[in-house]
Design a protein around this ligand. Structure first.
Ligand code: GDP
Length: 588
């Protein structure tokens, strides 16, 4: 059966959502509360929260994010924004051939215009920063390598609004210049050309304009639409004009971003810092990012502990186009990962796990061999899965462990590797284990005290091994536990009914002779007539003559009281077979 689909806006009021889901508002509010979101009927929740709630409520509904048409406009950067979205600063990257002066131009811009921190000055190399020109903010990205830009492009994001292509006036267009132009065109960024080193002898601006025209960038003064600025980074000539042009292009582009949406953006750098743990630089694209926000970057969860400008000035919030440095991440997100903030810690953590599971599912899909496919097809609904997360010292170990585990599957039970990666067990693994109900198996790794404590608190089992077959044996034991136990019946004794003394709705008193084994009570028995099994009864009393008997054996004549679920009409020569059920655990 296909799921019913409901279209939702990015933000929806609790009342509207309840209406659409056809559930009482109170049910929805309660479910939100369970998930840590306190929202009244008129308050708005975001799409992702709605999605989690639908899953938690077990509704067979697929939510689809609506592309707002009536009240939206498309900014020049192809971003869908709300009608009232305020303008945002342009995000600018400087690219070009090596030695043509990218760093010098950025330094020239920074030295006179940078938004200075209270602690003063910029000393370290930073990946992004903001400058103020004519009282307006411009965000600059330090020229990352081309592969890094390619990574961003892969993630479907269009980070840079404007690319300044730097060309040395004494050298001209070079292969890397062309590559930078292609990049900017592919990214649909606006191009601004800075012809640098005009102070130098041998500078030939006209030759460069000619080369640019040959490459499809005809200068404005030659009737084209490429803005060209002549500068000297060394002598600080034309830099202000260059910034004027950046702002002019930004105005033409009408760059805007919503601020009343959950904060989102991209990871532009990440590293580990002693004493601070994982640190990431983020570029906010929309919404307002605040200290204390719960975010998921890639599949990494964070409660933002500190929020700083890229020159270490502590701030409480950051709006669109702002580069920020954050701490509080559970692990390192990757360059180009998208981040988004969530209303509650619970939802953020669940989302992080979901993304991790999805990424591991995608990996599985890619690696799915034909035998796996057959196994998937043959899976029946009663298949019980043991979810595991594998962590090992090196990738090679992971392959051996995962391959060995695959060999354990059968039609009844299977191992599902929720995630596998090389390295230590990190907090994210614990949260993933919690949400996916997995056991973490570590091979050739040690577990830190912090992680052990966290695992204990979250009730997650982590098992570490140094010998592969011991690990496999443990998984085998766990799988065996999942196998439905075998139930066997042991016959205790048989009686042939000779007379029926009393029959009521739920009770029969009869008499007979024990022909096999012995009968005792309480015990379960079956009534058999000829070859047919009539019903199951309980022996509740035994009598030899008029005296109660604990048990009766072969050859004994006895009276038997039986309790039944439904009225049972016994006949002479019916058999009463007493038995005991035994549950036997099975082993793989
Ligand atoms: P990048 O590799 O593109 O970042 O280039 P750099 O900024 O490192 O500059 C390369 C060289 O060109 C350095 O020696 C700079 O001092 C020099 N340079 C940069 N801009 C100018 C300029 O406007 N005029 C002159 N004469 N030299 C410059």
């Amino acid at each position: 059966m296909t799921k019913s689909q409901i279209e939702l806006d990015e933000l929806v009021t609790v009342g509207t959502l309840a209406d659409k889901l056809l559930i009482p508002v109170s049910t929805l509010i309660m479910e939100l509360m369970k998930n840590g979101v306190l929202a009244t009927v008129n308050e708005k929740i975001d799409f992702d929260t709605a999605q989690i709630i639908v899953t938690e409520l077990g509704l067979d509904i697929e939510l689809i994010k609506k592309v707002r048409q009536t009240e939206t406009i498309r900014s020049k950067k192809d971003q869908i924004v709300g009608e009232h979205a305020p303008t945002r600063p342009p995000v600018v990257a400087v690219m070009g051939h090596v030695d043509h002066g990218k760093t010098s131009i950025l330094d020239a811009i920074r030295s006179s215009n940078v938004v200075k921190s209270e602690s003063g000055g910029i000393t370290q190399h930073i990946s992004a920063y903001q400058v103020k020109h004519n009282n307006r903010i411009i965000t600059f990205l330090d020229t990352p390598g081309h592969e890094a830009f390619a990574a961003i492009r892969e993630h479907g994001a269009q980070l840079t609004d404007i690319v300044i292509i730097v060309i040395a006036a004494d050298d001209g267009v070079k292969p890397q210049t062309i590559e930078a132009i292609r990049f900017a065109q592919n990214a649909k960024s606006k191009i601004l050309v800075a012809i640098n080193k005009i102070d130098k002898e041998g500078a030939d601006v006209n030759r460069i304009k000619q080369q640019l025209s040959e490459n499809g960038l005809t200068p404005e003064e030659w009737g084209g639409d490429t803005v060209i600025c002549e500068v000297s980074a060394k002598n600080n000539i034309g830099i202000d004009k260059l910034l004027d042009m950046v702002l002019l292009l930004a105005d033409i582009e009408e760059l805007r971003a919503d601020i009343d949406v959950p904060a989102r953006g991209l990871v532009i750098e990440s590293h580990i810092e002693t004493g601070r743990g994982p640190v990431a630089r983020l570029l906010v694209e929309a919404g307002i990012l605040k200290t204390g926000d719960y975010i998921v970057a890639g599949s990494i969860y964070a409660k933002i502990k500190t929020l700083q400008t890229t020159d270490n000035q502590t701030i409480q919030e950051a709006g669109p186009s702002t580069p920020v440095t954050i701490t509080g991440l559970k692990a390192l997100p990757e360059f180009g990962d998208q981040f988004i903030s969530y209303k509650t810690e619970k939802i953020a953590k669940e989302e992080a796990s979901r993304r991790l599971i999805n990424s591991s599912k995608n990996d599985t899909k890619m690696n799915l061999g034909s035998t796996d496919l057959i196994r998937l097809i043959n899976r029946n609904n009663s298949l019980k899965e043991l979810n595991v997360i594998i962590k090992a010292d090196v990738m090679g170990s992971i392959t051996s462990v995962v391959d060995s585990l695959k060999g354990l599957d059968n039609n009844e039970v299977a191992v599902r590797v929720v995630s596998s990666s090389a390295g230590q067990v990190v907090e994210n693994d614990i949260y993933l284990a919690k949400s996916s109900n997995s056991i973490i198996y570590g091979f050739n790794i040690d577990i830190s005290k912090h992680i052990k404590d966290l695992a204990r608190r979250e009730k997650i089992e982590i098992k570490t091994y140094k010998i592969i077959y011991e690990l496999i044996d443990d998984v085998k034991d766990k799988l065996s536990d999942l196998l439905a136990p075998e139930i066997t019946e042991i016959m205790l004794g048989k009686l042939i009914i000779k007379g029926i003394f009393k029959t009521t709705a739920h009770e029969v008193i009869c008499g007979g002779e024990v022909v096999e084994g012995k009968l005792s009570f309480p015990a379960t028995a079956r009534i058999i007539r000829g070859k047919e099994e009539l019903s199951e009864v309980n022996i509740v009393n035994l009598k030899k003559g008029t005296v109660d008997a604990k048990e009766v054996i072969v050859g004994d004549m006895c009276g038997v009281s039986l309790k039944t679920d439904q009225k049972l009409v016994l006949e002479e020569n019916d058999q009463l077979v007493a038995f005991r059920r035994e549950v036997v655990a099975r082993k793989l």
